[in-house]
Structure formats: C-alpha cells, structure tokens
Design a protein around this ligand. Structure first.
Ligand code: ATP
Ligand code: MG
Length: 344
C-alpha cells in the first residue's frame, strides 16, 4: 500500500535552533500532485530540499515520519541518498540554474544522470538525451545538447534541468518553480509533460507562485506561511473557497483572468516614491541598431539580435517582452555593458 507513496508527517526544519518549517504533513500517492504555495520565505524550498536530503549540512531535519515507498528518508547517509536521488526521486530545485556546471554541455549533464544509474548502453543513452530534450520542448536538440549553460537562454537551461530530472522516469518528481522562467507556450508544453508523468503513475510535488500552474496540476494544495501550514485540502476547495484569511489574501492578490506570472503574495499597499534625478522625459539610455551574433558548436553563426532600437526616458518604464530565447537578456546585458554588441 505504501508503495511509491511519499509520507511526510510532522516535518520540522531548523537552522541554528530557529525553525523555518514546522509540523508539515501530507501524503502523496502515485499519480497525484500536491502543490506547496505561500509567499516568499514561507518555507517551500526548504521543505522540498529536505525531501531529497539537500537541506544543507547545518539544517536540522526532524519528522515523525518521512518515507517514500516504505523506505525511511530520515537519517540516510549521503551514499544512500545518491541511490535515491535522480533514480527514484527526480527534482528541479529553485535556483538550480546557477548550479549547472558552466563548462559542461547540457547534454553531458543529462548523460551523467543516465551513466551514474547505469541506464542502457552508450547509444541508448545518447538517444535518450535527445529524446528528453525534445520532450521538454527544446528546439534543435542536437545543437543545444552540445552547448554550455552560458550559451543557452534562461528558458532553455530551465528545460534542460527538467529533462535531467525526468531522465530515469522517477516515481516521484519534485519541482520548485519549474516554469517561472518560461514563456506561455513553453510553459504549456512543460505542464503537458507533467500531466503525462502523472498519468503514467508518477507522483508530483510542485511549488509555484503561479496559480494557473497549481490549478492545472494539483490535486491537493498546502498553503504555508512563516513555515506553518495555514490551510490544506483539495485543490478546488482551497482555490475556490479558501477558509483562511491568509489564503484569501493570497488569492485576492491575483488579478482575475490573468493569474499567470503573478507572484503569490499578499499585496502591501505602498507607493514607491520616485527619486528625482533628472527631469521627466530626458533620455537616459538609448540603443540604436543593436545586433549580436553567436557562433554555435557546429560553426554556424546565429543572429540573436538584429537592428534593435530603444530609448528609455527618466521616470518611464520600458518593458522588454518576447518568447524564450528571443534575446531579452542579451539586450539587457548589452545595455549594462556586460556584453559588447556586434552592431549598433
Ligand atoms: N541554509 C539556510 N540557513 C538559514 N536559513 C535558511 C536557510 N535556507 C533557508 N533559510 C530560511 O528559511 C526560510 C524559508 O525559506 P525558503 O527558501 O524555504 O522560502 P520559500 O517559501 O521557498 O520562498 P520563495 O518563494 O522566495 O522561494 C527563510 O526565512 C530563509 O531565509
Ligand atoms: Mg523557494
């Protein structure tokens, strides 16, 4: 009965005697999805990391029970954890992007997961890497697999991480803000991938500020605040008829019809006071005919920015939007002088 069920009973996590998660309990059965929601700093990521033994050496993790598939996850040695992580429990941690090895092509990153757990032979592993990247919507996979993280856009890196979490078809997938860096199209594709793994019988623990994501995937929602559960129940009930004032405030902060991308956090009505450094209307930052090209590992040069003009005036806000990989971050880095443009 307890097969591939995650049981979290009374999880408490402390750092230097101060608890940041207190008495968190939920059960996650195969084919189901639990969502952890709550404002920034409420303890979501600490909880997720504790479930894969990555809360950190200084963390004190205690629980009445913490088990997966009848297997006790408390007090495991690092060696025992390594057998579980990736294979039985796949995970995408928040900020994992920065932990990608900057010198290693992302395909190799995924390959390593397969090698560590002795997946197939060489050819099967190579094919599996491409198949996984394709599944999470990476275009031009043969090229992308050979590129290093620094050569990919944030959205592409995020997809590579998700691919590596799914590499071994784990029975439990933990994903902390997996779609935050993704545009609407790619997000829909990732949600579909998560739906599929649920349908295949995997359990999913998802952490998201994005209520649209929670509504589409979760069967049960756990609302955390300051490390404590304030409300917990079936998704429909928690999202449609929140009982607790905090949950109501969280939901009220989301404009109706446009839940995507909205940070789940009670609004604090405060007006930022503008700092008058220049007269309104003065152009402070300007770009003309900006262009940037990158050479791929295949030697082909790809143009990522072409003839971009913009000007930003004092007291104004300029929004730069576009799908994943369209050049937004490249433009921002050029504006900051972190990257030299090829034209303009
Ligand atoms: N290694 C650590 N040492 C000390 N305190 C920590 C450590 N890691 C996290 N905390 C604290 O635990 C609390 C919960 O943090 P956590 O990262 O779980 O929040 P979160 O709900 O994931 O927030 P966000 O939505 O911003 O990701 C915070 O007060 C944080 O500062
Ligand atoms: Mg977090």
């Amino acid at each position: 009965m307890s097969d591939n069920t995650l049981i979290v009973d009374g999880l408490t996590v402390s750092f230097a005697g101060t608890s940041v998660v207190r008495d968190l309990s939920f059960t996650l059965a195969p084919g189901r999805c639990v969502a952890l929601v709550g404002e920034s700093g409420s303890g979501k990521s600490v909880s997720a990391r504790s479930l894969v033994g990555l809360a950190g050496a200084r963390a004190d993790v205690a629980a009445r029970q913490l088990s997966f598939g009848g297997h006790d996850l408390l007090d495991q040695s690092e060696r025992q954890w390594r057998a579980v992580r990736g294979k039985q429990i796949g995970f995408v941690l928040q900020d994992a992007l920065v932990s990608l090895d900057p010198l290693r092509p992302v395909g190799k990153e995924i390959l390593e997961v397969l090698q560590t757990h002795r997946y197939g032979d060489r050819q099967q592993r190579a094919a599996r890497v491409l198949e996984l990247l394709e599944r999470v919507g990476v275009p031009d996979v043969a090229l992308r697999a050979r590129q290093r993280p620094g050569q990919l856009s944030g959205g592409l890196r995020q997809r590579a991480l998700i691919a590596s979490a799914l590499a071994l078809d784990p029975a439990l997938v933990i994903a902390d803000e997996p779609t935050t860096a993704l545009d609407a199209t790619v997000q829909a594709q990732i949600l579909e991938v998560f739906q599929q793994i649920k349908a295949r019988g995997a359990a999913l623990l998802i952490i998201s500020h994005d209520l649209a994501v929670v509504a589409q995937l979760a069967d049960e929602v756990v609302v955390l605040r300051h490390g404590e559960v304030v409300e917990q129940g079936p998704m429909q009930q928690v999202l449609r008829q929140p009982q607790h004032a905090y949950t109501q405030a969280l939901l009220a902060a989301v404009p109706a019809e446009h839940p995507r991308g909205t940070r789940l956090s009670p609004q604090r009505a405060g007006q930022a006071r503008p700092i008058a450094v220049r007269a309104h209307g003065d152009v402070l930052l300007e770009g003309r005919g900006l262009g940037k090209r990158y050479a791929g590992p295949d030697g082909r040069v790809r143009e990522v920015l072409h003839g971009v003009d913009f000007s930003l005036r004092a007291g104004r806000t300029l929004g730069i939007v576009g799908e994943s990989g369209s050049g937004k971050t490249t433009l921002a880095r050029i504006a900051l002088g972190l990257l030299a443009p090829d034209d303009g």
